[in-house]
Each structure stands twice: as structure tokens, then as C-alpha cells.
Ligand binder design. Sequence first.
Ligand code: IPE
Ligand code: IPE
Ligand code: MG
Length: 229
Amino acid sequence: MSKYNIPHHVAIIMDGNGRWAKNRNLPRNNGHEEGLKTLSKITPKVFDAGVKSLSVYAFSSENWYRPKNEIKHLMDLFEKAIESNFQYMVDNRIKFNLLGNIKKFPSSLQKKIKNLEEITKKNRDYNFYLAANYGSKEELIFAAETLRDSTSKITEKSFKNAFYAPHLPDVDLLIRTGGETRLSNFLLWQSAYAEIYFTKVLWPDFKPIHLKKALEFFSGKIRKFGKIN
Ligand code: IPE
Ligand code: IPE
Ligand code: MG
């Protein structure tokens, strides 16, 4: 894929798990399990394409309003995902970071997250951000609260430094699967100049060919950032 202009940071809103299951008369939780399999298959393809940072939206701050059983299943899946991808992250020098407020997670999950963050913190080749209990509005409020008593002038840089992950680069390519054309409170600030690719493909059906299409979409864009070419 080297002939393409490669985005540095790809962010994915992995939507459509529930509908994938419904289409098959399966419980929604089966859709989430398939979604996790897709994530494990797509992540190496993203990095193989030359992308350095990948952020995936796994659970929004609004997803707590879902039924308890679905939330519990998702928490269990996150634990499984961390366990089963642990070695992959270590072997491929991927730095793992949780993006969001982990305090509401079960303590066993919090421990696994912190452990993986600690073990991969010196990795420099790639970055993987798992956005879970993430909400962009909450993140902006968090930053404003952090800086409230500061006497220095607030700048774009100092404001960004107060985010959950200050080192998270701006999003170059934002992909949303599942057919909805909205951001659902994901990386609002960081996506200010993102190229946004919406696809009707449901996340469990998302294959490397779909990723290739999204990367081709990006490579055809002229990014002006407000300027004239
Ligand atoms: C995205 O799939 C995963 C999460 C939000 C956890 P959904 O569960 O939103 O799937 P649909 O949109 O109902 O199909
Ligand atoms: C966005 O999907 C959140 C994740 C993919 C984790 P939702 O399914 O929660 O978004 P809405 O409710 O359709 O906007
Ligand atoms: Mg959805």
C-alpha cells in the first residue's frame, strides 16, 4: 500500500455490532464478540499499511445507558481482548493507552489496563489507543477543570496538554462503520481537520479490502487546513 499517502493517525468508530447480530437473529452480545475478532484482524493491517497511531472507539461515555447485561459482556470482552492481544502488542513494539475515564471499570479490568500500559510504555514504533468510557465533551470539561486555577494563559497547546492523552496526535483519517454519519462524541477536538470516511459496512463485516478503500479515500484528499494551495 506504499503508493498511497498514508495517514499518521487513523481513528475508527467501530459501529454496527448489534445490527450484525440482529440480522442473524443472534443476541447483540454475539455481535460484540465478532466485532472484537474484526479488531484483532484489522489492527495489524492498519499498522502494516504504515499508520503509526490507531485509536478505536469501543465504549462511549453514553454507552452506560445500555442494558446491564450488555455492559457486563462488553467489560468481560475488554478483559479478554487485553489478555489475548498482550503478546502481540509487546512483540510488535506497540504502545498501548486507554483513552477515557477508567475509574468506572471493574477493578480487575483497571489492573489489566494499567499493567499493559506499564509494560508497553517505552514502545515507540506504534501507538494503539483504546477509547473506552470515552466522551469528548467529558474530556474537554476535564481539561477545563484541570486548568481552572492556572494563572498562565491558556493556549491551544496547554489546553491539549490537559487532555486524557496529551500525546494523542490529531486524527488524519476517521472511519465510521455501520452507516451512521455522526461523530457520537468521539475525538471532537482532535478531529477538527480529519478526513471522515463513512461506510455502511457493519463493523463485524469490515475486512482488509474495506480498510484499503478508506486509505484510498484518504490518499485522494488535498488537505488545505484553511489555506489556499
Ligand atoms: C458498536 O456497535 C459497539 C458499541 C457501541 C459498544 P453497536 O452496539 O452500537 O451496534 P449497533 O449500532 O446497535 O448496530
Ligand atoms: C458510538 O456508537 C460508540 C462506539 C462505537 C463505541 P453508538 O452506537 O453508541 O453511537 P450512536 O448512539 O448511534 O450515536
Ligand atoms: Mg451503534
